[in-house]
Design a protein around this ligand. Structure first.
Ligand SMILES: CC(C)(COP(=O)(O)OP(=O)(O)OC[C@H]1O[C@@H](n2cnc3c(N)ncnc32)[C@H](O)[C@@H]1OP(=O)(O)O)[C@@H](O)C(=O)NCCC(=O)NCCS
Length: 214
């Protein structure tokens, strides 16, 4: 009998690093992730995201969250894909860690993006989950480079990137919220400068490799 993780192997992917676990998000997990985001991701006067999804009315966040992740699944193809994994610490869902790319079979690069529920920030989880994702793509998906980016007024995200070994890769001016310009720092990581964290253990990588055409 076939199960949904045979159809969409991201749901069978599990990366563990000590008490930290990254894995594909089921529909039940998406409901829990929406409630986590409703509890807050950043102070309301700040905006760390290009697409300001946290500005939507709080009661609409769970459906918006689920629709975003359903869209990621629906568009997944070897030409363009995004791994959006839930993050658990000691079994508690705390946030989301992504790696998105296009033309990966040629470029071997992709961009990390992440968020944590506000009560889980500032205790090192953001660094650990980024290290786990980078270790996974370098060691199991044959990546040559990982990029990231953050607005200059997001010191926590930039600090995580620097701690993990990313180098600054240029500042650009971007539109953020309507009518607002914000300066943005691009960052770039290669295996040579990667600062590893706890060793990772991985289940389900072979099926994900086949899914993305490796
Ligand atoms: C960005 C994010 C994922 C980082 O995760 P985290 O668990 O808070 O990060 P960590 O605790 O691992 O590390 C944060 C680092 O930022 C540093 N930092 C935080 N605020 C800072 C500030 N105002 N100035 C300088 N450094 C700062 C911390 O000191 C820490 O570095 P240290 O361990 O060397 O002291 C998390 O804060 C988050 O979800 N933020 C809201 C969403 C977001 O910004 N997503 C990224 C979009 S690009």
């Amino acid at each position: 009998m076939s199960v949904i993780s045979d159809v969409y192997p991201v749901l069978g992917l599990r990366i563990t690093a000590g008490s930290l676990e990254l894995r594909g998000l089921t529909d039940g997990d998406l409901a829990a992730l929406g409630v986590l985001a409703q509890g807050g991701v950043h102070p309301p006067e700040r905006m760390p995201f290009y697409h300001p999804w946290t500005d939507m009315p709080v009661e609409q966040i769970p459906l918006g969250m689920a629709q975003y992740h359903w869209g990621v699944r629906a568009r997944f193809s070897p030409a363009a894909w995004s791994l959006e994994l839930g993050v658990w610490v000691d079994g508690e869902l705390v946030g989301c860690q992504g790696f998105g790319t296009s033309d990966y079979l040629v470029t071997r690069t992709g961009e990390t993006g992440s968020w944590l529920g506000i009560e889980h920030q500032g205790s090192g989880i953001g660094t650990r989950m980024r290290q786990a994702m980078c270790a996974f793509v370098f060691d199991h998906l044959d990546a040559d480079e990982v990029t990231s980016g953050a607005f200059l007024d997001n010191p926590a995200s930039i600090a995580v990137s620097h701690k993990v070994g990313y180098a600054d890769n240029g500042i650009s001016r971007k539109k953020r919220r309507d009518g607002e310009m914000a300066e943005h720092l691009a960052l770039r990581l290669t295996p040579e400068t990667f600062v590893r964290g706890e060793p990772i253990e991985v289940e389900g990588a072979a099926a994900v490799r086949r899914l993305i055409g490796l």
